[in-house]
Design a binder for this molecule. Structure first.
Ligand SMILES: Cc1ncc(C[n+]2csc(CCOP(=O)(O)OP(=O)(O)O)c2C)c(N)n1
Ligand SMILES: [Mg+2]
Length: 378
């Protein structure tokens, strides 16, 4: 028997392309597509701007880059209802402010975090949801329907099952989207919770961002099968593979899973093939450059999601070739791009979030034990 191949060419071959017929993307208007592109720019700008802020000495703490994986975040969130739940992890920081962003980035009614809240979190300020206990993704909001990640890999999927079950008992019709790296799929709880979700037909969608690396461990040392989506067969549920560099393919596959979940037919796994552009976190950048072959990294970064989507827009007459050239951060690292590579409204939105965070106070030291010990009368 030939062993399954984890190689890039084989992976590319397995990304199922269904053609343009009867796909969820057909319901998207040209204005929706422009918004998708704006959100891709915004996710990328968030990433590069934080790296620049840290280099300038205005920011401390580890950064976990979502560079090159933005299409997964944007494409999976775009079709959700405001009442749907998500659980982002370290690789998905832009998801906190992109949730429900289609209803207006500055709309106070939307069920997503504001850029001010997210920047406050990164700068560890009193105005952050976590009130300075963490500078990254350990945040949630019951009202905005964002599940606080458990931090243990795959450990949020059982929580998502509980949220989905409770919503059903309360007469709701929400779906719950959990984000996981391929590294988390080797955890026992990955199996237990998806098994439970399938038995009880829970509307839980497990997104697997297969970026080929879990810290310094390559995917072939974490999974015997190159396609994590294959596991779905064992749970009798769909296992879809999306091209994680193609925002519309992610949108189509996630919306197929959402439609099924909403109809009461239960969970799905959506594996998005992608590549981690840099180190696990910025503390790992130099090491990652040594443990990953240069050609692999070059190939993995060669299909920038912004470039892939722009090409589609031009081919489908929704953007002129000149317009496509106007803002071009694709393929460039944080030190290579400037603000001129991004639409001004994207730069302005983030600038406001960052300035707000920098001006905001730190919480008083006495607050340190808050949420640790029981408070008030028992
Ligand atoms: C059970 C568990 N083991 C180890 C860790 C430490 N850890 C955090 S992220 C990470 C790598 C995750 O890789 P992957 O799931 O592929 O996600 P990626 O970082 O590539 O997006 C590790 C080992 C953890 N959080 N939980
Ligand atoms: Mg990974």
């Amino acid at each position: 028997m030939t062993p399954p191949s984890h190689g890039a060419a084989a992976v590319q071959k397995r990304i199922e392309k269904t053609g343009d017929q009867a796909l969820p993307r057909q319901a998207l208007t040209p204005a929706d597509n422009q918004e998708l592109l704006r959100q891709l720019y915004l996710a990328r700008y968030f990433d590069v701007r934080l790296i620049k802020e840290k280099k300038r000495g205005r920011l401390r703490g580890t950064l976990y880059s979502s560079h090159n994986q933005e299409a997964i975040i944007v494409g999976s969130l775009f079709g959700l209802e405001p009442t749907d739940w998500i659980s982002p992890i370290h690789r998905d920081m832009p998801a906190f402010f992109l949730k429900d962003a289609r209803r207006g980035w500055r709309n106070p009614e939307r069920n997503g975090m504001s850029i001010e809240e997210v920047c406050s979190q990164v700068w560890c300020k009193a105005t952050s949801p976590g009130r300075a206990r963490d500078n990254w993704s350990h945040i949630g909001s019951k009202t905005k329907r964002i599940i606080h990640s458990t931090s243990m890999l795959a450990g949020t999927i059982p929580v998502a099952c509980g949220v989905a079950y409770a919503d059903r008992l309360n007469g709701g019709n929400a779906v719950v989207l959990t984000y996981n790296g391929e590294g988390s799929t080797a955890q026992g709880v990955f199996h237990e919770s998806i098994n439970f979700a399938s038995v009880h037909k829970l509307p839980v969608i497990t997104i697997v961002e297969n970026n080929q690396w879990a810290y310094g461990t390559p995917v072939e040392l974490g999974s015997p099968s190159p396609d994590i989506a294959d596991r779905a067969k064992g749970y009798n549920i769909p296992g879809l593979i999306a091209d994680g560099q193609d925002v519309l393919d992610v949108y189509d596959k996630v919306m197929a899973a959402v439609a099924r979940a909403r109809a009461g037919l239960g969970p799905s796994i959506v594996e998005c093939k992608t590549f981690r552009a840099y180190g696990h976190g910025d503390h790992d950048d130099d090491r990652a450059a040594k443990y990953r072959p240069e050609e692999e990294v070059e190939r993995g970064r060669s299909r920038d999601p912004i470039a892939v989507f722009k090409r589609w827009l031009v081919e489908h007459n929704q953007m002129s070739a000149d317009e496509a050239q106007r803002f071009s951060p694709e393929g460039l690292s944080a030190s290579e791009v400037t603000d001129d590579d991004f639409p001004p409204e994207v730069v302005q939105y983030l600038k406001e979030g960052i300035e707000f965070a920098i001006q905001a106070p730190v919480p008083p030291a006495e607050e340190g034990s808050r949420w640790v010990f029981a408070e008030g009368p028992r």
